[in-house]
Design a protein around this ligand. Structure first.
Ligand code: NOJ
Length: 544
């Protein structure tokens, strides 16, 4: 048996007061361009989301996170923003945004805006002003990170961009390099300049004023860099293998010590939080950080009280279908904080779980264990349908990783194919040519087919989230996770989750009177946990 470090729940762990709404919330990620297209231009839009709110509400989620819809030249599909307060006309306008907020709120669903504070588009007026000011400039110039060439005339250090090539771009007019963690069209902001924080307080206040309930903060770990710009150490080949996808190979060859996750980056979130207004309904805005780090202890720093509410822990997005491996990454913060890890199996940058793990059954079995962990679960659109990866065609690949670095195997297009609303070849999209090709139909068919099939992936998810909604508020913020051979067991208060990650059935030993709350595969007997199945149960009433 492998024992892991999450403490066993005790009665004293019970929360004294009602937990905040996000503590165990389910947050549905809408990748806007692939969700639903209302006007037939091949790209999903805000009105498309409004048109499909029944689907979102029917799932039983608590909030929706919408990927960037701001004006953008589109070099990184919206993560290169040229106006942080605007709405790209391809997605709608302020009126559409307002209607979406109102419709969501009427249905009891909150809205999170995906903000990108690490970088701007090179077309952003700040960057254009920085270029115009030149090397002697001191206002907008200092919004970005500039450096003179090294002695040999090359870039100032060995930092590599996540999407390939040097992280420094030569700017001939001023004879200096500027830093970009992603594409050269995405210059990084200088968060050591207090004016940048002032700007972001204003930008977030703008969206709160329009009705947002919180934010997903893009690459929250990336905002500060070491001021002396030292070289990053070069990694041994063996150490590179474990680095997550979403970065080209060359960016996995360095230990990322100086260009991200600086010790003081977490202080920025305390400053930001302290200056933000409340939401329209009078709540503190919810702050969720995207923290792409290999070490959960480093992630914990972001969720200490007063900083972020939740920070994504990138452990379960690449875990194999293996009980011990899953148990290893199911951690709770060790340092006692009200903040929580954000859990997920997938997002618009990662492979689809049904493909990565091998089947829709496996994906649901693992998701049902991860969901029960303390902290919000981020459900990426299409996961509820068991969508599988799009096969990448080199001629139509859209992701800059695939197009520029030529690394099709890490292309993020695979997880971005449009939602199949119907089984027809056009998948219910009004245009025959969506911005990215339709993928294969999931095992259980389109959203419409699954809606009518009580045993579909969609209806199993609905039942799971319905069960979760009835349980979670009584659960403690701690849990215990163990693996015994192919069996994964998670205990959190009254809830026991058992997952069989093996190829054959396992006997189920449920004490007399145990209530089976939900199981990931239909039918089945109370004596057996079938292969690739998860069961949620709780003890007989007197024992509770
Ligand atoms: C993380 C986002 O999820 C990804 O899609 C984007 O390319 C990078 N951050 C850069 O903004």
């Amino acid at each position: 048996m492998r024992q892991h470090d999450a403490p066993t729940a005790r009665a004293s762990d019970r929360r004294p007061s009602t937990p905040p709404w996000w503590a165990d919330a389910v947050i549905y990620e809408v990748y806007i361009r692939s969700f639903a297209d209302s006007d037939g231009d091949g790209t999903g839009d805000l009105q498309g989301i409004i048109d499909r709110l029944d689907h979102i509400q029917g799932l039983g989620v608590d909030a929706v996170w919408i990927t960037p819809f701001f004006p953008s030249p589109g070099h990184d599909h919206g993560y290169d923003v040229s106006d942080f307060r605007g709405i790209d006309p391809a997605f709608g306008d302020t009126g559409t945004f307002q209607r979406l907020v109102d419709e969501l709120h009427q249905r009891g669903i909150r809205l999170l805006v995906d903000v990108v504070p690490n970088h701007t588009s090179h077309e952003h007026p700040w960057f254009q002003a920085a270029l115009a000011e030149g090397r002697e400039g001191s206002h907008y110039r200092d919004y970005y990170l500039w450096a003179d060439p090294a002695d040999d005339g090359g870039p100032p250090n060995n930092w590599v961009a996540n999407f390939g090539g040097s992280a420094w771009e030569w700017e001939p007019h001023s004879q200096q390099y500027y830093h970009h963690s992603y594409l050269p069209e995405q210059p990084d902001l200088n968060w050591r300049n207090p004016h940048v924080l002032d700007e972001w307080v204003d930008i977030l206040s703008h969206w709160l004023d329009l009705g947002a309930d919180g934010f997903r903060i893009d690459v929250a770990h990336n905002l500060l860099k070491h001021p002396d710009l030292p070289d990053n150490p070069v990694l041994e080949a063996a150490a590179r293998q474990d680095v997550p996808a979403g970065r080209v190979r060359s960016a996995r060859g360095l230990a990322r010590i100086y260009d991200m996750d600086q010790d003081d980056v977490v202080d920025l979130y305390a400053h930001l939080r302290a200056r933000l207004p409340r939401t329209r309904s009078g709540e503190e805005p919810f702050l969720l950080g995207e923290t792409v780090l290999d070490n959960p202890d480093r992630v914990e720093r972001y969720i200490q009280t007063g900083r972020l509410d939740a920070a994504m822990w990138f452990g379960t997005d690449r875990v194999p279908f293996d009980a011990a491996e899953v148990a290893r990454v199911l951690r709770t913060p060790s340092s006692g904080t009200s903040g929580r890890f954000g859990w997920f199996l997938s997002n618009h940058d990662r492979a689809r779980p049904a493909s990565r793990l091998g089947s829709a059954d496996r994906a649901l079995a693992i998701a049902a264990a991860v969901l029960a962990m303390p902290g919000p679960y981020l459900l990426y659109q299409g996961e509820e349908l068991g969508m599988i990866d799009l096969e990448i065609d080199p001629d139509t690949a859209r992701d800059p990783i695939a197009r520029r670095a030529g690394e099709l195997d890490v292309s993020r297009d695979r997880a971005r194919s449009p939602i199949p609303w119907t089984d027809q070849p056009d998948r219910g999209w009004p245009s025959t040519e969506p911005w990215l090709a339709h993928g294969p139909l999931p095992e259980h068919g389109s959203a419409t087919t699954q809606h009518h099939d009580p045993e579909s992936q969609l209806n199993r998810w609905r039942a799971l989230l319905n069960t979760w909604a009835g349980l979670r508020d009584a659960l403690p913020p701690s849990c215990a996770v163990v693996s015994e051979g192919n069996l994964l067991i998670l205990r959190r208060g009254d809830l026991t989750v058992q997952t069989n990650a093996g190829p054959g059935p396992l006997p189920l030993h449920l004490p007399e009177g145990t209530e089976i709350l939900w199981r990931s595969r239909p039918h089945g007997s109370p004596q057996t946990l079938r292969a690739e199945e998860t069961i949620w149960s709780r003890p007989p009433a007197p024992a509770r």
